[in-house]
Write a protein that binds this ligand. Structure first.
Ligand code: ZN
Ligand code: ZN
Length: 337
């Protein structure tokens, strides 16, 4: 079968590889749609080449291994990205699979979904709600990352003012989930983000502004009686946004690092922790409880995933897909085997 394989850092190729065979308790899925993620393009510390990329997927079950009971051939499904966790450590015991140090993830440590087929353990497979097509279903993974960040890590409440820095795919999903929680959402971008900011408005953002033409500090003061944002989500992965996010969050507020920075940051901890009692929060991918929340939001049609899809390409045109995914004119680029 055809697959997009990462051979080494900076070296990705379309290759012919053997079709995977499901082991006991594994399910084999025929890929119908797969989303390109920043981690496929920019590299990711957990990635172990050689590996087939791709972890945002929907498809149809075509074979099941021994012992598989819940999932049947013909089921329309999406998949969590966990292929193995130890099941014994304290994180596994509490369902925090994303933090198990023995975890093997789809498209990072085991072969992923930029291929005609992939296999994964049955526990990771979710049936798609009947109102969700394969294209939308492929976005359940980034949505689960957003429900993890907004609902589980930051625990955003309905009366809060949320600031989202960076209107990329993840910032737009965080916006939608925070709005679904009833929060007031302000999302910011820079010149070149106009179409993304317009989409944020369509998704219910209360304010979507270009930082270069509007004063975000003034706007937040107006919205919060001068206090600042209750919660900040840094979704751009830039140092400038980290520093402005930490300035714009109110005393005792929560700052969530949701973007990957790929570099270290120097911070004034006295100012952040002692003077202002800000809570710093990390959010790493997703875990089973976040998937349940994401699929429920999809089933109830309280999020619009379809409008995020700007580009659909056959798997063989992956290079063009990766190129478009780097551009701000695209939001989500999907590949179809
Ligand atoms: Zn991803
Ligand atoms: Zn574990």
């Amino acid at each position: 079968m055809k697959a997009i394989v990462k051979l080494a850092e900076g070296k990705v190729k379309l290759m012919e590889i053997p079709e995977p065979v499901p082991k006991p308790n594994q399910v084999k899925v025929k890929v119908k749609a797969a989303g390109i993620c920043g981690t496929d393009i920019h590299g990711y510390s957990a990635l172990r080449p050689p590996v087939v990329l791709g972890h945002e997927v929907a498809g149809e079950v075509i074979e099941v291994g021994k012992g598989v009971k819940r999932i049947k051939i013909g089921d329309r499904v999406t998949s969590e990205t966990t292929d193995y966790v130890c099941g014994k450590c304290r994180f596994c015991q509490s369902g925090d699979y994303n933090l198990c140090s023995e975890r093997r993830g789809l498209g990072s440590k085991v072969n992923g979904a930029f291929a005609e087929y992939f296999v994964i353990w049955e526990k990771s497979i979710h049936k798609l709600p009947s109102n969700i097509d394969f294209t939308t279903g492929a976005l359940s993974e980034p949505l689960a990352c957003a429900t993890h960040a907004v609902m589980e890590q930051a625990k955003v409440l309905a009366n809060e003012v949320v600031l989202v820095l960076g209107p990329g795919p993840f910032g737009l999903l965080v916006t939608q989930v925070a709005r679904a929680q009833g929060a007031t959402v302000v999302i910011c971008g820079t010149a070149g983000d106009e179409s993304r900011l317009a989409l944020a408005k369509k998704f219910g953002a209360n304010e979507a502004i270009n930082l270069q033409s509007q004063d975000i500090g003034e706007l937040l003061k107006k919205l919060t009686n001068g206090y600042g944002a209750d919660v900040v989500f840094e979704c751009s992965g830039t140092l400038a946004a980290v520093h402005s996010g930490l300035e714009l969050v109110r005393k005792k507020g929560r700052y969530v690092q949701a973007g990957i920075l790929h570099q270290s940051v120097s911070l004034d901890f006295d100012q952040i922790l002692f003077d202002r009692e800000i809570t710093l929060i990390g959010s790493r991918t997703q875990k089973p409880s976040a998937w349940i929340k994401a699929l429920e939001l999809m089933r109830q049609e309280r999020v619009d995933l379809k409008s995020l899809v700007t580009d659909k390409l056959p798997l063989t045109q992956w290079e063009e897909g990766f190129r478009r995914a780097r551009e701000r004119s695209s939001i989500k680029v999907l590949l179809y085997p």
